[in-house]
Design a protein around this ligand. Structure first.
Ligand SMILES: Cc1cc2nc3c(=O)[nH]c(=O)nc-3n(C[C@H](O)[C@H](O)[C@H](O)COP(=O)(O)OP(=O)(O)OC[C@H]3O[C@@H](n4cnc5c(N)ncnc54)[C@H](O)[C@@H]3O)c2cc1C
Length: 73
């Protein structure tokens, strides 16, 4: 008999926020000497629709907007 587990390879593709941490906290960039150095995107960083592909997409757009706004300064 063929076991489906031998043929299906899946992993969870979403994160869960730990107690006391809001999803939006995960989107706070690392700033050094007044400049953004590291940014975070991905479904887990969206405050409302985490665990979704749309949340992941919107988080990428949020961070690209952040880059553009930072360049304008
Ligand atoms: C079975 C299943 C069904 C789903 N169905 C739906 C659905 O119907 N609708 C919906 O909206 N959402 C669905 N989701 C959730 C959706 O897939 C995720 O929310 C979305 O893919 C998250 O996108 P992401 O870019 O944040 O993360 P991911 O898609 O997980 O991308 C993260 C990437 O980073 C890479 N990576 C990880 N660590 C490292 C590292 N150290 N160095 C370099 N690369 C690294 C990974 O390989 C991966 O490619 C489903 C999820 C699963 C598991």
């Amino acid at each position: 008999m063929i076991s489906m587990e031998d043929h299906i390879r899946t992993r969870n593709s979403y994160e869960q926020a730990q107690a006391g941490i809001r999803h939006s906290d995960l989107s706070i960039p690392i700033i050094h000497n007044g400049k953004i150095r590291i940014q975070f995107a991905g479904e887990a960083t969206h405050d409302r629709i985490f665990q979704t592909a749309v949340g992941a997409f919107l988080s990428g757009r949020r961070e690209s907007d952040r880059i553009l706004n930072d360049l304008k300064k």
